[in-house]
Ligand binder design. Structure first.
Ligand SMILES: Nc1ncnc2c1ncn2[C@@H]1O[C@H](COP(=O)(O)OP(=O)(O)OP(=O)(O)O)[C@@H](O)[C@H]1O
Ligand SMILES: [Mg+2]
Length: 359
């Protein structure tokens, strides 16, 4: 009793595990790629923080820089044709200055990444028992039989039916959903502190998608890991993310707690994404809304706000100057010249129900 009160009063700062210390902090991250026509910027001045055991959803249309941002965190971008600026601080150290050997140790160890296509991580020519054991033994000294025991237990944990009898199978012997589970098992073997999940469910049908997300949420609680969940569908992160970062053309448009983003979005692009979420519970008269136009090519990005050409709130200033970031609350920031008008319109119900609007 006394102990519990003590802990509650001291909070996380004194002695207890650093639950509130950021696990990952990006400061002014910038990624450029070399093309035939010179260097282009794919990620431009991105800042965010991910708490231990927290979940950040990164949302944006194709080409907005979601994957490149996280490949930069993992330092997996192609050398020579890419350059990374800013800082990527993981557990207090800037990863951009770490030697490649330290990065190899982190990848598949404290930081794991799962992709839309499990075959990006699984080798089609090797049995999965061999692959899982290899991952374990690269990062920790253990006997083959101990590693096999752990690998099998993890396959059971991620819900592979009859895991023991399928342990010595090849990846192609599993269905798409099961293969995704095998990859999740592989990535969790070393109990990462951070799991980066890049569109982990896009290739799967809706039911399987929900099961995989539920599995990830369960495993997150069990292993106390932080998750960066990348998707182009705000609906996917709605129930899972604590915070949501909306990206467009390599820039932060809006970043807020999930509650604030859904209740009081302040960026016209966020509103477009919200209106594009399908709502299976509601009969639709016409087609689902989609944002008119498409994102600019990197080498043809207009000056000012890249969303301006597609934005119904566009003003002259938007075409000339990228807006400064404004903090609307301690957990809500936006970069939009028209954010006050957008908020007022949302409050006045001018955007209707927002989610799942008709075209
Ligand atoms: N190696 C590369 N060389 C040149 N440009 C690249 C390279 N890799 C990515 N890009 C560009 O960087 C931009 C951001 O790409 P990224 O893959 O991060 O988008 P994304 O938000 O993940 O999109 P998607 O939803 O389609 O996965 C794109 O315009 C892409 O063409
Ligand atoms: Mg991507």
């Amino acid at each position: 009793m006394t102990d519990a009160t003590d802990t509650a009063q001291r909070g996380p700062a004194a002695g207890s595990p650093p639950g509130d210390a950021p696990l990952l902090t990006l400061e002014a991250l910038r990624v450029d790629f070399k093309t035939d026509d010179g260097w282009v910027t794919a990620v431009d001045g991105l800042d965010y923080t991910l708490k231990r055991s927290g979940t950040l959803g990164i949302v944006g249309e194709s080409g907005s820089g979601k994957s490149v941002t996280n490949l930069a965190v993992m330092r997996l971008l192609p050398p020579r044709v890419s350059r990374i600026g800013g800082r990527v601080i993981f557990e207090g150290r800037d990863l951009l200055g770490r030697p490649e050997s330290a990065m190899r140790e982190l990848r598949g160890g404290k930081i794991a990444m799962i992709f839309q296509d499990p075959m990006t991580s699984l080798n089609p020519f090797l049995r999965i028992d061999v692959q899982l054991v290899e991952v374990l033994r690269t990062h920790a000294k253990m006997s083959k039989s101990e590693a096999e025991g752990r690998a099998l237990a993890m396959l059971e944990r991620v819900g592979i039916p009859g895991a023991a009898s399928r342990f010595r199978s090849y990846p192609h012997e599993f269905s798409g959903g099961m293969r995704q589970r095998v990859m999740i098992a592989m990535m969790l073997l070393n109990h990462p502190a951070l799991l980066i999940a890049d569109e982990p469910t896009t290739a799967l049908d809706v039911t399987i998608q929900a099961q995989i997300l539920e599995l990830l949420a369960d495993l997150q609680r069990e292993f106390h890991m932080a998750i960066t969940l990348i998707t182009h569908d705000l609906g996917v992160v709605a129930g899972m993310a604590d915070d949501i970062l909306v990206m467009y053309s390599g820039k932060m448009m809006e970043h807020a707690s999930a509650e604030e983003l859904f209740a009081s979005p302040a960026h016209p692009y966020t509103i477009g994404l919200l209106r594009s979420i399908p709502r299976p519970d509601r009969a639709r008269k016409g087609r689902l809304y989609s944002i008119p136009g498409r994102p600019p090519d990197l080498d043809k990005r207009p000056p000012g706000c890249p969303f301006a050409p597609r934005c119904s709130y566009v003003r002259d200033v938007c075409r000339a100057v990228f807006p400064d970031e404004v903090a609307l609350s301690p957990t809500h920031r936006v970069a939009c010249h028209a954010h006050e008008q957008v908020r007022a319109d949302v409050l006045a119900g001018k955007h209707g129900d927002l989610i799942g609007g008709d075209a």
